[in-house]
Design a protein around this ligand. Structure first.
Ligand code: SF4
Length: 208
């Protein structure tokens, strides 16, 4: 399958918006503060951003609450005028979708379902609230399959009245910049992706 340069697609979209003097609304799914840091800086000024914290995959609940509190602290300390929509913690849907796939490695079928579920909910929320676009911070991670995330977002949007914003936030040294911003804001950088299955296999290295 031909690889698409999703970073270029986002650059082109931003250039088009600038040319037209447009600043559309965007519901940005956020997995954690480190991944949001560069992403927010990159998109700020081009979109009216609202963050959406919907991550039923994260366990335990204490970890979920801490990642959310770090996201709130980041937005406050970056002095961005951005609202965060947060969902109550409910891991049941995640465990249902992961059933039978518990032992698979990252980037396998469990992760595809996990990402698809979070993106679908983000798209539906964007439609419900009348956003022009939705997307996710997940494409900044070198551990995630950027092509899959974007294809998934495009497919979800085809059934909705909101557009998916293509992205590869790793471009323009995005991942490196997120590490620098994490240091600058003393952000918590988790060493596992989020679910208990990734925690079992946790490595000593960071996983954002
Ligand atoms: S490893 Fe990450 S992406 Fe995969 S299922 Fe667990 S939380 Fe979701």
């Amino acid at each position: 399958m031909q690889k698409v340069n999703y970073g270029r697609l986002l650059d082109d979209k931003i250039a088009q918006l600038e040319k037209n003097g447009e600043k559309p609304s965007l519901l940005l799914h956020a997995c954690c503060a480190p991944c949001s840091s560069h992403t927010l800086m990159f998109l700020d000024g081009h979109f009216e951003i609202t963050l959406y914290f919907f991550n039923p995959n994260i366990a335990p609940e204490k970890e979920y609450n801490f990642r959310l509190s770090e996201l709130k602290r980041l937005v406050s300390e970056m002095k961005l005028n951005i609202n965060i929509i947060e969902e109550n913690y409910d891991s049941k849907p995640f465990f249902a979708l992961a059933k039978g796939l518990e032992e698979l490695p990252e980037r396998g079928e469990r992760c595809k379902r996990c990402i698809e579920y979070r993106l679908r909910k983000t798209g539906e929320k964007a439609q419900e609230l009348g956003f022009d676009y939705f997307t996710t911070t997940l494409t900044i991670s070198p551990h995630k399959d950027c092509q899959f995330i974007n294809e998934c977002g495009e497919k979800i949007a085809s059934g909705l009245e909101t557009d998916y914003l293509f992205s590869d936030f790793k471009k323009h040294e995005g991942y490196k910049h997120s590490i620098e911003l994490s240091k600058q804001y003393s952000l918590y950088r988790q060493n596992y992706c989020g679910c208990i299955y990734s925690k079992k296999k946790e490595k000593i290295t960071e996983n954002v």
